[in-house]
Design a protein around this ligand. Sequence first.
Ligand SMILES: Cc1ncc(COP(=O)(O)O)c(C=O)c1O
Length: 363
Amino acid sequence: MKIDFANLSYQHNLYKEEIEAAILKVARTCNFIMGEEVAQLEKSLQDFTGAKYAISCSSGTDALLLAMMAIGIQPGDEVITTPFTFIATAETIALLGAKPVFVDIDEKTYNIDPSNMEAVITQKTKAIIPVSLYGQPADMDAIDDIAKKYGLKVIIDGAQSFGSTYKGKTDSNLGDISCTSFFPAKPLGCYGDGGAVFTNDDLIAEKIKSLRIHGQTKRYYHQYVGIGGRLDTIQAAVLNVKLKYYPADLKRRQEAATKYSEKLKVKNEKLVLPFVDEHTTSAWAQYSIRVKDREALQERLKDKGVPTAVHYPMPLHLQACFEYLGYKQGDFPIAERVSQEIMSLPMNPYLRDEEIDYICNQL
Ligand SMILES: Cc1ncc(COP(=O)(O)O)c(C=O)c1O
């Protein structure tokens, strides 16, 4: 058997007629920038998430940048986040001249552990960025309490968790601002780069809309220093089709995750399965397990036609680009240990039962 990790080609074939017609329509009308498909997508994203504002943008990375610019993060500020995430979370903090301040993760969910947070808050701390890793929101009540106590803003990095929930709210309604990515391999992916920012705050929404177009308030009049951060109309056209089928995709990802867990629920301390807190639902961007002797296992699985991936092999505090922050090995032991053991199995809405059986048997 040869298994596809994200199976994007299967998905394209499934919706081919609709998606190709939508792309062709944009090509023929030539409204490549801020065409009607963009407004239509933003309306549908609001309806889907329940957030008051959905502002599409050029990527998940730019969504984070726009969110931090909107709350005025600037050089000298400190922003608390997790070291166990994709680089973009902390990179955007550093790009604004602020300092990423890391806090270790929870051993079960792999998300930031709020119990470690208060110890690192200083006069310079301005915001907290929890990441909903692999699709599951972090411990939001505890994070919100800390943010309230110290007057901090909360920005959700929901690049992997679009459509997940925390206590019944979609992750787009968590924090002051919530960001997502439509990178092709994300649960809701477009055909290139794309992202969105969500908020329920009128002033923040207005500022983000302006920052997305070079801080413009009126054509060629610039209130802020912004970025060129719009979503292409073609990407919006693709997303308009895919969003219609997204609730079914989310359900199928959940079913695949349940099947994996049922099948792998063996008493085997060499295998640690994903844990989803009872207050949350995951978008299952990844189904990631912890194993010993990961590299050898990956090789053996590859020989059997089972692709795997590692999200992520090196925590951010140990990355060369953040050497200047002065962290060292041992500072965040849980993130360090998990990064040595974590391994993602194929996950997509089209995984067949027999494929899951095959993968689990090989494991
Ligand atoms: C946690 C996290 N944050 C941010 C990003 C950045 O998103 P994008 O690739 O759309 O810029 C990603 C996606 O790769 C991610 O997984």
